[in-house]
Design a protein around this ligand. Structure first.
Ligand SMILES: [Zn+2]
Ligand SMILES: [Zn+2]
Ligand SMILES: [Zn+2]
Length: 255
């Protein structure tokens, strides 16, 4: 019983000091002009520390103590990393990765966080900050800011446009027509028409690529599972009628 109390205190102290560290890191990074990557590494280090502290928690019952600090820490780390992710359509997937603690901080790479777009953009939800670039509004900007129908505030027209922009996760080009989604239910993994289609080897007609082809673009969550049993290697792009012809042809040759 005594040992358990000591553990609780240890963890509680850890969470409190980590929260203080996060708050001071936020101030430090805001004051000076650090590069995105530097900021990203600083925050993943904090996430790693949280991860290690969380490991201790398995020994005791988490339900028995206040999780307020823990929530604040997760929120702080998540928000600060999301500010670095651009365009905002990439933030939803990134948020899921950051908050998923089964994914270790060592596996949480910058490339993974920036790999998958969603049709729904995620705004920076901090008072008096631009929803896209997270810049603080000056007193002057406070009056000139641009607000959209959802109530998102922007510092400029270009930030407002960037908020709704969609880019292909395969070729990285801006999408102007209806996009194709790798995960239709979640509307995630945005692909443009040119990338989703390929020409049939027989008649040169446009046909959709095999779904396997795009699964590799989803790293982390679903992507890992789908890596095994990849049959994309021996897939030949042929339309249905050309495929039928090929099979008939093979049958004739065998006769
Ligand atoms: Zn902005
Ligand atoms: Zn594309
Ligand atoms: Zn064909």
């Amino acid at each position: 019983m005594e040992k358990m109390e000591a553990n609780k205190e240890f963890i509680f102290d850890n969470f409190q000091s980590l929260l203080r560290e996060c708050k001071s890191l936020k101030r430090k990074l805001e004051e000076d002009n650090y590069k995105e990557r530097t900021k990203f590494y600083s925050w993943t280090k904090k996430r790693k520390k949280l991860e290690l502290t969380e490991d201790y928690c398995y020994g005791i019952e988490l339900d028995h103590f206040d999780k307020k600090e823990l929530k604040q820490i997760i929120q702080l780390i998540c928000n600060e990393i999301l500010k670095l992710i651009r365009p905002p359509c990439k933030r939803k997937y990134a948020q899921r990765l950051i908050c998923d603690f089964s994914l270790s901080s060592d596996d949480l790479t910058w490339e993974k966080l920036n790999s998958v777009s969603s049709s729904q953009s995620l705004p920076i939800e901090e008072k008096n900050r631009c929803a896209t670039c997270a810049k603080k509004f000056s007193w002057w900007g406070f009056f000139s800011k641009d607000i959209d129908k959802q109530g998102n505030q922007f510092c400029s027209r270009s930030c407002r446009e960037e908020f709704n922009d969609l880019f292909c996760d395969s070729c990285k080009k801006k999408i102007f027509d209806t996009p194709y989604y790798i995960d239709k239910d979640k509307e995630e993994g945005v692909i443009c028409f040119d990338c989703v289609n390929t020409k049939c080897l027989g008649c040169r007609k446009y046909i959709p690529r095999s779904p396997d082809y795009f699964q590799k673009l989803l790293p982390g969550l679903q992507g890992e599972k789908n890596k095994s049993g990849d049959s994309a290697g021996n897939y030949l792009p042929l339309c249905k009628s050309c495929q039928a012809k090929k099979i008939n042809h093979q049958a004739e040759e065998e006769e």
